[in-house]
Design a protein. Structure first.
Length: 537
């Protein structure tokens, strides 16, 4: 077995694109014969088949959806700044307003910034900073301008609901499951397409061999007619003997025309799988298949085929992924029935500094003195953060208990029913795959036996035909018997061709049913592009 290197579909597309510059200028003449191997047909299908292209883009979107959902764990930065000028009406004897004023005026410039992210545990962490400059003419304010700063961290962690799974983790897990399902769908489409290409290729091979056999049958009928006419001219046969070979000739011509039409239809079916809708010159060419159908007479290992199919069939992988998605939804729905109990802890430091306000007035004769730790500008305010003069520590629990919670309980019941339904679907798919494997194994074995029987029948028909021809040559047979033997030989040849074609299709179906078709064709499917075929078939 000759093994060829594995290629990705991207590489195949690049090679085909490079060859296109050479191939397209010399457009194929209408009806020009073009040899075609099965490997070339598969390579073209991988690069140009629209069903594969659609599934490939669907899988690419599913991959990006996982990245999008995982982006929920990216850090989030937020910040803001504002300026405020305010004069509040004060209904108090102690308004703090300067003499002659009805109320004190305040001016403030403030900013805040935070950096936060969700945690894989369902919690969150936030780092918060803020600061500002405030000034005013209130006689009660000691500092003006005053500089306030703050820096803190807060952590929040669910202890019941959202601890095992939360909406973010649910979406990520479902997206990953959908990515796996989409990948399995891509594998299934590629396998189905390869099987369809194989079937179309061998159908075209059989149709072309059918044309050859019927062409040979027409030639034999023409020869028989000519020989009959010669004998009539020589007076060895009556004139009415010409009618039978002539009628048989016309009948066979009609069968030949029908076979030629079927060959054209088979060729177009193959072209639809391996050519695009563009101006590919191969649409006007006539394909001639160059591979010969092989025969495998060894019995099929059904146990191994069934085990392999359960592990590698894309349909089963799709059903497993769907079941996994339902399991994730069920876990999330059950989690929603729990009370919410969150633990939180925060630690912050605050700073303050400024200058003695010129409008400040002593209270009860107490002299106004700014403490040394607060005397300064923004730098001193930041320094008080480092000194830890104003810490703020908070630890607590937050409990929310839904009363009744009927919606959550109903949602959990629905998700459990959907999960059981997905499990039933998986079991049904496995059952169907098992039937397909057993049917394919039976087809491989019976078609191999049909080939032997058809070959023996064809060999016997050849002997009978030659014998009848010899008898006719010496006047011991009739046109009817010779033409009958010709028809028997044509049917035997057609039966052998059909048996060979059916056997090759059965082998392909066995590879598909057992999940080995992609491996047999050396097609690699993953987050890159699916690979191209290589190696022997």
């Amino acid at each position: 077995m000759k093994i060829r290197p594995q290629l990705s579909v991207n590489a195949v597309i690049m090679m085909l694109a490079a060859l296109a510059g050479l191939a397209r200028p010399a457009a194929a003449e209408e009806g020009a014969l073009r040899p075609l191997t099965l490997d070339e047909a598969i390579t073209r299908a991988l690069a140009r088949n629209y069903s594969i292209a659609i599934e490939r883009e669907s899988f690419a979107a599913a991959v990006q959806d996982v990245r999008r959902q995982e982006g929920a764990y990216d850090f989030t930065f937020s910040g803001g700044a504002d300026f405020e000028k305010r004069t509040d009406p004060v209904n108090s004897l102690l308004s703090g307003a300067p003499a002659g004023e009805v109320a004190p005026e305040q001016r403030a410039l403030s900013f805040d910034a935070s950096l936060s992210r969700l945690l894989p545990t369902g919690g969150s962490v936030s780092l918060v900073a803020g600061g500002g400059r405030a000034s005013g003419n209130s006689t009660f304010s000691l500092l003006s301008p005053a500089y306030a700063t703050s820096l803190g961290i807060e952590v929040r962690q669910p202890l019941l609901r959202d601890r095992a799974i939360d909406p973010v983790r649910r979406r990520i897990r479902v997206a990953r499951s959908e990515r796996d399902r989409s990948l399995a769908g891509l594998k299934r489409t590629i396998a189905d397409t390869l099987a369809a290409v194989d079937t179309a290729y061998w159908s075209l091979t059989g149709a072309q061999r059918d044309v050859e056999v019927r062409t040979a049958a027409v030639t034999l009928a023409q020869q028989q007619l000519q020989e009959t006419q010669a004998r009539i001219s020589a007076g060895m046969l009556p004139p009415n003997e010409e009618a039978q070979p002539r009628a048989e000739l016309e009948r066979r011509k009609g069968e030949l025309l029908g076979a030629q039409e079927q060959a054209v239809r088979a060729e177009n079916a193959l072209k639809a799988l391996i050519l695009d809708a563009g101006d590919d010159p191969l649409w006007s060419a006539r394909f001639v298949t160059s591979d010969e159908a092989e025969t495998v007479s060894a019995p099929v290992d059904r146990a191994s085929a069934l085990a392999g199919a359960d592990e590698t069939r894309p349909e089963i992988e799709e059903a497993r992924a769907a079941l996994a998605s339902r399991g994730i939804e069920r876990s999330a729905a059950r989690d929603e029935t729990k009370p919410r109990l969150d633990a939180y802890a925060s630690y912050a430091r605050r700073g303050l500094a400024g200058r003695l306000s010129p409008n400040a007035e002593p209270f009860l004769g107490t002299p106004l003195i700014v403490p040394p730790d607060l005397d300064g500008g923004i730098g001193r305010s930041l320094g008080t953060l480092g000194d830890g003069l104003y810490p703020d520590v908070r630890v607590g629990l937050s409990l929310t208990v839904p009363i009744g919670n009927r919606a959550a309980r109903a949602g959990a019941a629905i998700s459990e029913a959907e999960e059981r339904g997905a499990a039933a679907v998986l079991a049904r798919v496995r059952q169907g795959v098992r039937v397909e494997v057993l049917n394919a194994a039976a087809a491989v074995e019976t078609t191999a036996e049909r080939i032997d029987a058809a070959r023996s029948a064809r060999e016997a028909a050849e002997i009978q035909f030659r014998s009848e021809q010899e008898r006719f040559g010496v006047g011991m047979s009739t046109n009817f018997l010779v033409l009958t033997r010709q028809n028997d030989l044509s049917r035997a040849r057609l039966d052998e061709i059909q048996a060979l074609s059916d056997h090759r299709k059965a082998l392909t179906e066995m590879q598909r049913a057992s999940g080995r078709l992609l491996a047999e064709r050396h097609v690699v499917v993953g987050e890159g592009a699916p690979g191209a075929p290589g190696g022997s078939r």
